[in-house]
Design a protein around this ligand. Structure first.
Ligand SMILES: [Zn+2]
Length: 382
């Protein structure tokens, strides 16, 4: 059975989560551009007993900031210049990622290949155009980083981020990179939750990956959603490592939200009263000393720090719970229903896992996978 890894992002910069609690950490090329940031990250990665350290290029947020919030900016490709220039340009190349990989070679397990995210457009013709416009960058960056990794840091795994909305896009990318059922030149795929946003979609694409590549590792970018963790737990019998990263523990805390054991939340407000049974059932280092009623009166910044720790542990406990009960789709469904009222989500996770089990050794076509997805989400094909 493969591993299921809770990867925390922003965990170095936030500095709140006790290192001994951290299961996996995500660090970012975009942040690791000063000697101070590198030294801090090394110190943190040294102090955690992490099973998994991953390097990301900077992610969707950087592109969102650059291209959506500030239109007119450009992505440039100049390995000779620093990672980021402020003259309305974002400079991110395979060389920048490779450089950080070398610097952190004693700490990293995996790096994500840098990519130019393809925005989600509902119009298929425009979507196709976006894919084609970004494809040259994505293919070049992948080829260059594969070569740089081979020469300088062969011990670090590389994951290819899927900026693909159709199986035809995926097939094109895999053919161009020389990937097939017998050999794939990288070790894993990253699926951004921005594109792969429901359990059936992640599941059907996991099936496609199993049927057409030799890859046995998956990472879901940017989420610790209940459905995503539950589905990945259910896939742990088929993959070697499944990981999911997010800084949601931090964002929930910032908004005074206390996560329950199925990751639904309670808003902590001064005028409300809460049952002490909630915190006494938790067992995290915060709830051992403080109840929800106490949290109401803590100074907001301090409350947010306490909630970060509680929320991190709540998410981590859900990872462990789902993984422990992932022996079969049925066992997982029963276990999830015991702790949660999210019946529809649980059913979709269950139905998806049953479909994967049924077809994982059958050579099904892309059209079949498209139909399977529509069936799972109960939507008619257009
Ligand atoms: Zn707690």
């Amino acid at each position: 059975m493969g591993t299921l890894i809770n990867v925390a992002s922003s965990v170095v910069t936030s500095g709140t989560i006790p290192p001994r609690l951290v299961d996996g950490a995500l660090v970012s090329t975009s942040v690791l551009q000063t000697p101070r940031a590198v030294a801090e990250t090394k110190r943190f990665l040294d102090s955690i007993e992490s099973r998994f350290s991953m390097l990301d290029s900077g992610g969707w947020s950087m592109f969102e900031e650059t291209f959506i919030k500030s239109p007119g900016r450009e992505l440039i490709y100049d390995p000779g210049q620093p990672f980021y220039t402020k003259n309305n340009e974002l400079n991110l190349t395979a060389w920048h990622v490779a450089q950080v990989m070398s610097t952190l070679r004693d700490y990293l397990d995996v790096a994500a290949i840098c990519d130019f995210p393809v925005p989600d457009l509902k119009n298929p013709a425009r979507q196709e155009m976006q894919f084609r416009r970004h494809y040259g960058y994505n293919l070049t960056a992948a080829r260059e980083l594969l070569e740089l990794r081979r020469r300088h840091t062969p011990e670090i795994g590389l994951y290819f981020p899927l900026q693909t909305y159709t199986f035809a896009h995926f097939n094109t990318a895999m053919a161009d990179l020389g990937s097939g059922k017998d050999h794939t030149p990288f070790e894993g795929f990253c699926l951004p939750v921005r594109i792969f946003d429901d359990p059936a979609k992640i599941g059907v694409w996991a099936l496609k990956i199993l049927l057409s590549t030799s890859v046995v590792n998956l990472h879901i970018f940017g989420t610790h959603a209940f459905f995503a963790i539950a589905l990945c737990a259910g896939l742990s019998g088929l993959f070697s490592a499944l990981s999911l990263d997010s800084s949601s523990y931090f964002h929930y805390a910032k908004h005074s939200l206390y996560l329950l054991n199925d990751l639904q939340y309670v808003l902590i407000e001064e005028g409300k009263a809460y049952s002490d049974a909630i915190s006494s059932a938790c067992g995290c280092p915060v709830c051992a000393h403080v109840t929800l009623n106490d949290l109401r009166f803590k100074e907001p910044k301090y409350r947010s720090k306490l909630l970060e720790i509680h929320n991190y542990v709540a998410i981590d406990n859900f990872f462990k719970y789902a993984y422990r009960h992932s022996g079969s789709p049925h066992q997982l469904r029963q276990a999830l229903l015991r702790i949660s009222t999210r019946g529809r989500e649980i059913d979709l996770v269950y139905n998806t896992l049953c479909a994967i089990e049924a077809f994982r050794n059958v050579d099904v076509s892309d059209e079949f996978l498209d139909r399977l997805y529509m069936d799972l989400i109960g939507r008619k094909r257009q």
